[in-house]
Ligand binder design. Structure first.
Ligand SMILES: [Zn+2]
Length: 260
């Protein structure tokens, strides 16, 4: 599933390719998406990320919101190429076309008429709000990893980066989040920023189907310290990385340096 670094990568690439370009046509191939009208002839004036969603602002102040969900990806075709299987919609420009390819069909596309941006305030890169998170968390008993994954508190962290962040700060993913001290929250903030920024420069993590706008794999999978490393030695303490399920998600951690 695309997480913050993958969606940010996509936004940066989309900005280079489609900003200030006029939409010639929109073709919806999957009826499940519903009708998306009023795009033809409009220019895209800005592309920004809202949590894990891509927001494209139009020259009439409307906004096109794209959420990739589980398996959605966007592909840019400069010259004519065949339409790949599982393509759900195509937006054509004079210099190429943008395709959404999505095997599981959970991606959504919606047009919002008003110009006001969605109030997404829990952006971990720009606005981590460490003390506020500490206050919310200290009365909650759920595991710290589940808290990091909850998009109401922090937008954009998914399973892979949550495992990496907790390993970086030596916190056990199952520890009740009420037991995370303010000092540890500051460490989580630092680790989150460093890991997500680095993953963005690597154009995301490709462990299964993530590809960027130009069909290339990300590179952060080569930087992962715990995720996907079950049975291998911990790069910090030489303990053995384990994989267990937490709320149905494969959770990788080092039982030696993430004891509690
Ligand atoms: Zn370790």
């Amino acid at each position: 599933m695309p997480e913050l670094p993958e969606v940010e990568t996509l936004c940066r690439q989309l900005r280079r390719v489609i900003a200030n370009r006029e939409i010639l046509s929109v073709e919806i191939l999957d009826p499940r998406l519903g009708a998306v009208e009023g795009l033809t002839g409009r220019k895209i004036t800005a592309v920004t990320r809202q949590g894990k969603a891509v927001e494209m602002k139009l020259d009439n102040d409307a906004r096109l919101l794209l959420h990739l969900r589980m398996t959605g990806k966007m592909q840019w075709q400069r010259a004519y190429q065949a339409v790949p299987p599982h393509t759900r919609f195509i937006i054509a420009f004079s210099h190429g076309r943008l395709l959404c390819i999505d095997t599981r069909r959970f991606a959504t596309l919606a047009i919002k008429a008003d110009g006001s941006s969605q109030a997404f305030v829990k952006e971990p890169l720009l606005d981590f709000r460490t003390e506020e998170l500490y206050k919310i968390a200290r009365v909650k008993k759920l595991p710290v990893k589940s808290f990091l994954l909850d998009q109401r508190w922090i937008a954009g962290i998914g399973n892979i980066y949550a495992c990496e962040i907790l390993h970086e700060v030596s916190i056990n993913p199952w520890r009740p989040v009420c037991g995370v001290s303010l000092r540890e929250w500051r460490k989580i903030e630092r680790a989150t920023k460093v890991i997500l920024e680095k993953a963005i420069t690597c154009r995301g993590t490709t462990v299964s189907d993530w590809r960027d706008l130009f069909g290339r794999k990300g590179q952060y999978q080569h930087e992962l310290k715990v995720y996907g490393r079950e049975g291998l030695p911990c790069l910090r303490c030489r303990g053995h990385i384990q994989r267990l399920r937490l709320s149905g998600r494969g959770t990788y951690f080092c039982p030696s340096c993430q004891k509690k």
